[in-house]
Design a protein around this ligand. Structure first.
Ligand SMILES: [Zn+2]
Length: 120
Protein backbone atom coordinates (compact mmCIF):
# COMPACT_ATOMS: atom_id res chain seq x y z
CA UNK A 1 0.00 0.00 0.00
CA UNK A 2 1.21 3.45 -0.84
CA UNK A 3 2.08 5.94 1.88
CA UNK A 4 -0.51 8.41 0.62
CA UNK A 5 -3.18 5.73 0.89
CA UNK A 6 -2.17 4.77 4.43
CA UNK A 7 -2.32 8.40 5.55
CA UNK A 8 -5.79 8.81 4.07
CA UNK A 9 -7.03 5.66 5.80
CA UNK A 10 -5.68 6.89 9.14
CA UNK A 11 -7.59 10.14 8.68
CA UNK A 12 -10.67 8.23 7.51
CA UNK A 13 -10.68 6.14 10.68
CA UNK A 14 -10.35 9.25 12.82
CA UNK A 15 -13.37 10.79 11.07
CA UNK A 16 -15.47 7.68 11.72
CA UNK A 17 -15.09 8.20 15.47
CA UNK A 18 -17.17 11.39 15.54
CA UNK A 19 -18.93 11.70 12.18
CA UNK A 20 -22.69 12.06 12.02
CA UNK A 21 -24.40 11.88 8.67
CA UNK A 22 -26.60 14.80 7.79
CA UNK A 23 -26.83 18.52 7.48
CA UNK A 24 -27.30 21.26 10.01
CA UNK A 25 -30.25 23.60 9.92
CA UNK A 26 -31.17 26.53 12.07
CA UNK A 27 -34.82 27.37 12.43
CA UNK A 28 -36.81 29.87 14.41
CA UNK A 29 -40.32 28.88 15.40
CA UNK A 30 -43.38 29.51 17.49
CA UNK A 31 -43.86 27.65 20.71
CA UNK A 32 -47.04 25.91 21.74
CA UNK A 33 -48.22 28.77 23.96
CA UNK A 34 -50.78 30.93 22.15
CA UNK A 35 -50.36 33.68 24.77
CA UNK A 36 -46.65 34.00 23.99
CA UNK A 37 -45.27 37.01 22.14
CA UNK A 38 -44.07 34.71 19.34
CA UNK A 39 -47.69 34.33 18.24
CA UNK A 40 -48.18 38.08 17.76
CA UNK A 41 -44.79 39.21 16.54
CA UNK A 42 -42.76 37.25 13.97
CA UNK A 43 -39.64 39.09 15.16
CA UNK A 44 -39.96 37.29 18.47
CA UNK A 45 -39.86 33.71 17.28
CA UNK A 46 -37.95 31.31 19.47
CA UNK A 47 -34.52 30.37 18.31
CA UNK A 48 -32.74 30.04 16.13
CA UNK A 49 -32.53 26.43 17.18
CA UNK A 50 -30.03 24.07 15.67
CA UNK A 51 -30.96 20.68 14.27
CA UNK A 52 -29.07 17.87 12.67
CA UNK A 53 -31.17 16.87 9.66
CA UNK A 54 -30.90 13.46 8.07
CA UNK A 55 -32.87 10.82 6.23
CA UNK A 56 -33.74 7.46 7.64
CA UNK A 57 -35.98 4.81 6.08
CA UNK A 58 -36.79 7.32 3.34
CA UNK A 59 -38.03 9.93 5.80
CA UNK A 60 -36.54 13.31 6.67
CA UNK A 61 -35.72 13.51 10.33
CA UNK A 62 -34.07 15.97 12.63
CA UNK A 63 -32.30 15.84 15.92
CA UNK A 64 -32.48 18.88 18.18
CA UNK A 65 -29.07 20.16 19.23
CA UNK A 66 -29.00 21.80 22.67
CA UNK A 67 -27.14 25.15 22.42
CA UNK A 68 -24.33 23.98 24.68
CA UNK A 69 -23.63 21.15 22.22
CA UNK A 70 -23.69 23.21 19.02
CA UNK A 71 -19.94 23.04 18.52
CA UNK A 72 -20.13 19.30 19.09
CA UNK A 73 -22.72 18.95 16.33
CA UNK A 74 -20.72 21.14 13.95
CA UNK A 75 -17.64 19.02 14.55
CA UNK A 76 -19.64 15.84 13.91
CA UNK A 77 -20.84 17.23 10.61
CA UNK A 78 -17.34 18.37 9.61
CA UNK A 79 -16.15 14.83 10.32
CA UNK A 80 -18.87 13.47 8.03
CA UNK A 81 -17.81 15.89 5.25
CA UNK A 82 -14.20 14.84 5.76
CA UNK A 83 -15.14 11.16 5.62
CA UNK A 84 -16.67 11.83 2.20
CA UNK A 85 -13.71 13.82 0.94
CA UNK A 86 -11.26 11.16 2.06
CA UNK A 87 -13.43 8.43 0.53
CA UNK A 88 -13.36 10.29 -2.77
CA UNK A 89 -9.59 10.79 -2.56
CA UNK A 90 -9.07 7.06 -1.88
CA UNK A 91 -11.40 6.23 -4.73
CA UNK A 92 -9.35 8.43 -7.05
CA UNK A 93 -6.14 6.63 -6.06
CA UNK A 94 -7.82 3.27 -6.68
CA UNK A 95 -9.09 4.40 -10.06
CA UNK A 96 -5.61 5.56 -11.06
CA UNK A 97 -4.25 2.24 -9.82
CA UNK A 98 -6.72 0.30 -11.96
CA UNK A 99 -5.87 2.39 -14.98
CA UNK A 100 -2.14 1.77 -14.50
CA UNK A 101 -2.70 -1.94 -13.95
CA UNK A 102 -4.79 -2.25 -17.11
CA UNK A 103 -2.20 -0.35 -19.13
CA UNK A 104 0.57 -2.60 -17.84
CA UNK A 105 -1.41 -5.71 -18.70
CA UNK A 106 -2.05 -4.34 -22.15
CA UNK A 107 1.68 -3.66 -22.57
CA UNK A 108 2.54 -7.19 -21.44
CA UNK A 109 0.16 -8.69 -23.96
CA UNK A 110 1.59 -6.70 -26.83
CA UNK A 111 3.81 -8.79 -29.08
CA UNK A 112 7.34 -7.51 -29.52
CA UNK A 113 7.21 -7.66 -33.24
CA UNK A 114 4.36 -6.46 -35.30
CA UNK A 115 2.38 -9.39 -36.42
CA UNK A 116 -1.07 -10.82 -36.54
CA UNK A 117 -2.65 -10.77 -33.11
CA UNK A 118 -5.98 -12.30 -32.42
CA UNK A 119 -8.59 -10.04 -30.97
CA UNK A 120 -9.60 -10.47 -27.34
ZN1 LIG B 1 -43.40 31.48 22.24
Amino acid sequence: MRKQQRQLITRLLRATETMVQGGLSETSRRCGNSGCICYRDPKHLHGPHLYITYREDGKSRSLYVPPEHAENARQAQRAWAEFWEIGCALSKLNREGLQKQWQQEKQARKPRAAGSTPHD
